[in-house]
Design a protein around this ligand. Structure first.
Ligand SMILES: Cc1cc2nc3c(=O)[nH]c(=O)nc-3n(C[C@H](O)[C@H](O)[C@H](O)COP(=O)(O)OP(=O)(O)OC[C@H]3O[C@@H](n4cnc5c(N)ncnc54)[C@H](O)[C@@H]3O)c2cc1C
Length: 249
């Protein structure tokens, strides 16, 4: 089922779960929640001169990178999103300026090295002071938060990648135990609700290291799937076996 958002989860008896989505209702014995960071929305800059140009040169999300072809772009942020977009747009845009309020970057080390060896103009520690223009964004003034020095650039687009506000209240309503904006699971990826598992970025294991990586999510999902099967059919083995050990004929 693609394009469906799960809104409610509740048990109609002690074995069957009813999931209500924005498009209908599904019945199941088990659920594996792989909801990433839950409902997320981009963090906004508290600067009215910037936000009045949202959609007219100011972007908090990139949905179509080709709209920046040949444009002068300023990107704000120091995490993976800001640096990944700097690299992605450097060959599409006519100019990319990356500004960050700190001198250190949170992004992956390799990406940081790539950005510094690319045509992207990096300016730290700079923050946005003001955006200006008539009907659309035309200029951005930035300031050095150590020296106060200011600089103004003619830009066509300002892309702000300041992280996300995370909302996991929906999972709380379902009765799931939440720890630090994540769904608490044990080593079997079981949540506090019978038949409900969680895997990937949304899952929190108390005695484990939290690594938000695709490979970790895959491994957790494999555990959750096999535990879910065991939950439905208690006589089955948790370990499904290796495909190389299976007799095909
Ligand atoms: C900029 C950036 C760069 C990264 N680079 C790397 C990298 O190089 N290597 C790496 O391993 N990892 C990287 N990561 C991390 C990686 O993207 C995540 O660890 C991975 O995507 C987590 O997978 P997930 O399935 O748990 O969540 P997600 O990929 O976030 O998927 C969650 C899905 O659940 C959906 N959802 C949420 N709530 C509901 C609901 N109520 N109903 C239905 N659907 C819902 C969301 O819409 C979304 O589609 C990067 C992350 C970022 C932000």
């Amino acid at each position: 089922m693609l394009g469906e958002s799960v809104e409610e989860l509740f048990y109609i008896d002690n074995k069957i779960i009813r999931l209500k989505t924005n498009k209908g209702v599904h019945y199941t014995k088990t659920v594996i929640v792989c909801a990433g960071r839950g409902a997320i929305k981009p963090k906004k800059l508290d600067n009215p001169s910037v936000n009045r140009f949202e959609g007219r040169g100011v972007f908090y999300q990139v949905t179509d990178k080709w709209q920046f072809r040949g444009k002068r772009i300023m990107i704000v942020g120091g995490g993976d999103s800001a640096l990944d977009w700097s690299l992605e747009l450097k060959d599409i845009a006519s100019e990319v300026i990356l500004i960050h309020r700190r001198t250190e970057f949170r992004a992956h080390e390799r990406t940081v090295v790539e950005v510094f060896h690319s045509p992207v103009k990096v300016m730290v520690p700079y923050e946005v002071k003001e955006a200006s223009g008539l009907s659309k964004l035309e200029k951005v003034t930035i300031f050095n938060n150590k020296t106060g020095e200011e600089a103004t650039f003619d830009v066509d687009a300002l892309i702000l990648q300041l992280g996300y506000e995370v909302d996991v209240s929906i999972f709380k309503k379902w009765g799931l135990e939440i720890v630090d904006n994540h769904i608490k699971v044990n080593g079997k990826m079981e949540t506090n609700l019978p038949g409900v598992y969680a895997a990937g970025d949304i899952a929190y294991q108390a005695d484990s290291v939290k690594l938000n990586l695709i490979v970790v999510g895959f491994a957790q999902a494999a555990i959750a799937v096999n535990m879910a099967k065991k939950y439905i059919d208690p006589s089955s083995s948790i370990f499904p076996g290796h495909s190389s050990e299976k007799r095909l004929i």
